[in-house]
Write a protein that binds this ligand. Structure first.
Ligand code: HSE
Length: 347
């Protein structure tokens, strides 16, 4: 399985590190003769590499950590054109996309994903902005071309939510989803609960590596709203919700008084995303709430995320993960690639 990797930031590097680290497990796991081989790496400003026989990942990771770029690596692997040429002309089976996601992204990398799908290549992405903005067209295109469009690490990277609902709870329809789908806000709220100011807590979340490039997207609820909208589109048949159509309140106005009151009741303050079917439409909201102690969402610590999925025939299912950061997302990408290879994911 020849992989073209688009993006070589912390997630792309984590994906490559995992491929090296798990070499022996992968050999045991994959059918005889099948291997996951990165044949190309495309970046926007740091150069592109390609080799039909597979790239030397360790050498590339070492070179990148010293120089911050890919250009200048062994000329044997240099690809003289840009990422778009690599996607549209390169010889590969699967595109793994992990470029920096931007909430307002409506073009750019989505166009490259379309080019790959149009060529019948399967795409695995962790880019929530792309899935949020383009889910329907990318899904339709992948179906037309007999490719797969896989994005389980774009929402709660530590839990394969979409794959789980599809394959482990077949036929069950999601009626509502309730929970924390942004780890940074959970981490910040916990620090504030313990006495830190909002700014101190944000700085710590940035240092810890769970926050978005612009941490206000976490704090103001935008990241939660984007991910809630993806859940609504993918699992609940909702149409695209523009951010203005979603009731969003971040954690900026959570007061010490709110924490004190919650503590008295044994409850916790959480930034809760709610997605509900109401009279045939799907409603989404994101706001801070006092979550009682008998609700598992109240027990989410640190940068954890967790959701209660209420279904029509399988009742309530709680899915949670305390994983966060590039390694977790890189693992999510690898997990999706392996699921695809094992034939568990179809269009
Ligand atoms: N900033 C996100 C979070 C990272 O805190 O959950 C994953 O997209």
């Amino acid at each position: 399985m020849n992989v073209l990797l688009l993006g070589f930031g912390s997630v792309g590097r984590a994906f490559c590190n995992l491929l090296k680290e798990q070499e022996f497990s992968l050999k045991e796991l994959l059918p005889a003769g099948v291997e996951v081989k990165v044949v190309g790496i495309g970046t926007k400003t740091r150069g592109c590499l390609f080799s039909r026989d597979g790239l030397p990942l360790k050498q590339i990771l070492d070179f990148e950590s010293k120089t911050g770029k890919l250009t200048g690596m062994d000329s044997l692997y240099a690809y003289p054109y840009d990422s778009e040429s690599l996607v549209s002309e390169g010889d590969y089976d699967l595109l793994v996309e992990c470029t920096t996601s931007s909430m307002s992204s409506r073009g750019g990398v989505a166009r490259l994903i379309k080019i790959a799908l149009d060529r019948g290549k399967t795409v695995v992405t962790c880019n929530s902005a792309v899935v949020y903005n383009h889910y329907f067209e990318l899904k339709e295109l992948s179906e037309q071309k007999g490719a797969s469009f896989i994005f389980d690490s774009a929402v709660i990277a530590g839990v394969p939510l979409f794959s789980f609902m599809k394959h482990c709870l077949p036929c069950a329809k999601v009626v509502s989803c309730y929970g924390v789908i942004n780890g940074t806000s959970n981490y910040v709220l916990e620090m504030m609960e313990e006495g830190s100011t909002l700014d101190e807590a944000i700085m710590e979340a940035v240092r810890k590596g769970c926050a978005e490039k612009d941490p206000l997207l976490d704090i103001e609820g935008t990241d939660s709203a984007v991910k809630a909208s993806i859940i609504a589109q993918v699992l609940m048949g909702a149409s695209f919700h523009a951010l203005e159509e979603i009731s969003i309140e971040g954690i900026r106005n959570v007061t010490p008084e709110m924490f004190r009151k919650a503590k008295k009741e044994g409850a916790r303050v959480k930034l809760v995303a709610k997605i509900q079917k109401v009279l045939g439409s799907v409603q989404i909201s994101v706001r801070p709430e006092v979550v009682p102690s008998d609700n598992p969402v109240s027990r989410l610590r640190g940068a954890s995320k967790g959701v209660i999925m209420t279904t029509d025939i399988a009742g309530e299912v709680y899915l949670a993960s305390d994983g966060f950061g590039p390694r977790q997302v890189g693992y999510g990408l690898l997990r999706d690639v392996l699921e695809y290879i094992s034939g568990k994911i179809k269009t």
